[in-house]
Design a protein around this ligand. Sequence first.
Ligand code: SF4
Ligand code: SF4
Length: 312
Amino acid sequence: MSTLNALIAERAHELEFDACGFARATAVEAQAVRQHDQWIALGHHARMAWAERNRDLRNDPRQLLDGAQSLIVVAMNYFPATTQPPQAARVAYYAYGKDYHLVMRERMEALAQFVTQVCGGATRCCVDTAPLRERYWAQKAGVGFIGRNNTLIIPGRGSYFFLGVIVTTAVLEPSEPCTLTCGDCHACERVCPGGALKDGEAVDANRCLSYLTIEHRGDLPEWAAQVLHGQVCGCDICQQVCPHNRHARPTTVQPFAPLPSVMDLTPQRIAAMTSGEFRRAFHDSAIAHMRLSNLQRNASATTTPPTLHPDK
Ligand code: SF4
Ligand code: SF4
């Protein structure tokens, strides 16, 4: 690793990022472009219209910043030390603590400032705020590999990580891309309640509880309501079964400690919640990006035992 990279990685570590890698800013490879185009053509992005927009930007991060030369990919652990009690309305781990957009951005801005100090030039921080393929670039930057569950897996540490990318005009030595794969494991595909994962394909959002509970508007498909089992925000099943998460260590990032409003959340509380209470409870949480009506729809959905694999 060059001295510049080592300095940036050290500063990233001080800011509590768990991984930091470097990639050259180039166009996305044709195969990855084709995969995304096919995902859209098959309608597997469901109603996420944003996925269809900004194709050119998504396929070439140099368009996000004039003179961009490099990408710095950072990852931050959110695996919780404690989980919700059994009677709780279940929330995916990523939304247990404070909104990662705010937490990551603040620290990425500090890292970007450091990059400007030591390298000069311009930077742009992206944490779900630009059409950028974070997992693709994380693989290129040697941070990890994209698993069959569509998450970025950091070898030895698992997938419970938020990703952020700093686009910079600084010329930084690229890291070695990560070449690991899932090998013969197909555990996540077997357990996905909606059959949303198929080998080599991006997740079919129409069959994914994470998409359906958070972004889908209107009624849930009947099969989805039957397999929710108290899950009101997101789904961690394909990460929980992943062998790479067996040794996940709890985050030490204080803002990601579970919020009382999440730990105490029950279906009854959600049912009685007003929009004012929702805002007060979740103003600094990623749950605030959901609609209260979706939370209430999910909480009231049936929790009868799952049918066998749902029909497509
Ligand atoms: S988040 Fe849940 S529903 Fe979505 S792919 Fe993973 S296991 Fe399947
Ligand atoms: S569960 Fe197995 S197949 Fe799925 S992402 Fe993890 S290693 Fe890959």
